[in-house]
Structures are given as C-alpha cells and as structure tokens.
Design a protein around this ligand. Structure first.
Ligand code: ZN
Length: 334
C-alpha cells in the first residue's frame, strides 16, 4: 500500500486506506503534525492514493510515479519557511480547472499551509468553495491555529503523530545506513519525530566531517611546525578517530583519502592555484604549501595511499598508524 513506508500512525493509515478503496476520501483535507512528524510527506502519499484507481495500491504505474514525486497530476506547493502569498495561490488556481493529464483526478498538496498569509487564505477559500469536481486539496500544517475558520470548516482535519523511539531507530538504520548504536542515540533525543532525527543525523555527519578534516590538518601542521615527539603522539588521536569511525559505521581507512585530498590542495596552492577541496582553510593550506616541497608532498601522498591499503587489508591498525607517522616524519624531517 502507498502508506507502507510511513512509520507509525496505523489508525490514520487504516482509516484512509478504507476511504481510498471506497472512493469516499474527502476532497479537501488538512493533515496536521508537529514539525518533523512528516505531515507534508504524508500529504504527498495521500495524493498518490487519491490518484490511484486501486485505492492506493502502491505498485501501479500511477502509485510508482507518485512515490517518485514525478506524477504530473500531483502539484506540490512548498515554500519551506517562507510566507505563502496570494500570487502563489492564484497561480495554483489558474491550473486547477485544467483536466488531469493521466487519470480521473488531480491533487494539490500545500505544504506549510499555516504559512499562508490572510490574502492567500482567502484566495484558497474561493477555490475550496467551488472546486472543480476532479480536484483534491491536501493542506499540510504544523498547527491549524493559523488557518481561518472558514478554511477549516471546509476541510476534514486529520493528524499525524510522533512514532516510537524504536521506529525512529529502525527508520534510520534502514534508510540512512546509520549504525544501530548511533541510531538509538539519535532516536532517544528525536521525540519520535523522524524529520528531526534526519536533521540530527545530518548534523552528526557534518560534525564528523569537520573532526576528520581537523585531524588531517593537525597531522600536517604538527609534521611541519612541531617536534617529533608531538608528531608521534598523534597516534592516540588516530586511535580515537578509528573508534569513532567504527561507531559511525565509517571506513577507518577513509581518513587517508581525506588526507590525500588535502595534500593535493597544498600542491595546488604551491603552484599558485586555489585549493579545490578545502578552500575554506586557505590560510592554513597556504602555510603548509610554503613549508612542503613538491617532492615531500608526493612522498606523503604515497605514504597515505600505502597506509590506507594496509588498514583496508585489516593489518593491525595501531601498527599501521605508527609506521605511517615514522615514515611521514622521515620524508619531511629526516
Ligand atoms: Zn496504485
């Protein structure tokens, strides 16, 4: 069924599956749900269900197009957090009288409908009062409080609710390749809101990216500007990095790919070009390029590649790192 990928909310899904099968789904609905609960996504799925001749089977041509977000008879208005103005609704209204492309019906999904200003709401009200017989309107909103009573009175109002922490965790594991431990951590602070969990997953990824890049920069800076003792002590940081990578389901060897991209950037800058991968760290990369010769950079690049291959082949990680540090120090300060 078309709602299968939507977690939780079994009563709502059952109710709408019934109305879709009996062709008794109301022509104007409001789906209300806290931010991150998926009201907008649910609205799109429902639109797909309405257009399906088989009550939202989830597998016919129409449903497959709807699930891919490419159905020509589903119109989605999504202004994000911006205000929805009267012109947006007028543009939508201008197309509403046109017959559907594919089947019997067409559907308009207005996401963040509570961001409609008053004029926009009044324009929508006119459409809801005299809708073409083949059109369905699905409004999605965090809260009905900002919508005019006259609009609410023309809509059947339904609600999507947060899901259980286990369901959030299951969603993350199946859809974002998050490892079970990390998924459980994120689920625990997501209050059952899958949208919120996805934002947190992204933030966590960005933070990891920054952490890894910082270790790469620190490695080269310590190599260039500090003592051998300080450089060899980096082994502990690499070991911590490996533990974090394992927790996040990342390949522990991939930090050496990042290190190689950084070395390429240093080489670019020493040839008077701009850094390609890490332009944001221009000054730090420039300082490294002034200190490292082309030959040293090439040698470091090869040492990184060797180390990556060794780790990849499951050689003892700490031994690989120690060997990496000794060889890198030799190549630059030997
Ligand atoms: Zn179908």
């Amino acid at each position: 069924m078309i709602f299968d990928g939507f977690y939780g909310n079994d009563n709502l899904k059952r109710l709408l599956t019934e109305t879709l099968k009996n062709h008794t789904t109301p022509h104007a609905l409001l789906i209300e749900g806290e931010r991150g609960a998926g009201a907008g996504y649910f609205g799109e799925l429902l639109a797909g269900g309405i257009l399906c001749e088989d009550g939202g089977c989830g597998v016919c041509r129409s449903c497959r197009k709807a699930l891919k977000g490419i159905h020509p008879d589903i119109y989605v208005l999504d202004r994000g957090d911006e205000m929805i103005k009267v012109d947006d609704i007028r543009a939508l209204g201008a197309t509403a009288a046109v017959y559907p492309n594919d089947g019997e019906r067409k559907a308009y999904v207005i996401k963040h409908a509570d961001n409609m200003n008053k004029n926009a709401q009044n324009a929508l009200l006119k459409l809801l009062e005299e809708p073409p017989s083949f059109v369905s309107f699905i409004l999605c909103a965090e809260s009905r409080n900002k919508l005019l009573d006259t609009i609410l009175s023309r809509c059947v109002c339904l609600k999507v609710y947060p899901v259980s922490a286990d369901e959030v965790s299951d969603y993350l594991i199946k859809n974002t390749k998050t490892k079970p431990d990390a998924a459980a951590d994120i689920a625990a602070v997501s209050r059952g809101l899958i949208g919120r969990a996805l934002t947190l997953t992204d933030k966590r990824r960005r933070k990891r990216y920054d952490e890894r890049l910082e270790l790469c920069l620190e490695t080269l800076e310590t190599l260039c500007f500090k003592s051998e003792y300080a450089f060899l002590k980096l082994a502990k940081k690499f070991s911590d990095e490996r533990d974090r990578a394992k927790r996040e389901n990342e390949d522990p060897a991939s930090i050496f790919d990042m290190q190689k991209r950084l070395l390429s950037d240093v080489l670019h800058v020493s040839h008077g070009r701009s850094p390609e991968a890490f332009a944001f760290f221009g000054e730090r990369i420039e300082a490294l390029s002034a200190r490292l010769s082309g030959e040293e950079l090439a040698a470091l690049y090869d040492i990184c590649e060797d180390t990556k291959q060794l780790i990849f082949r499951n050689t003892n990680y700490n031994a690989c790192i120690n060997s990496f540090l000794v060889r890198a120090w030799e190549a630059v300060n030997g």
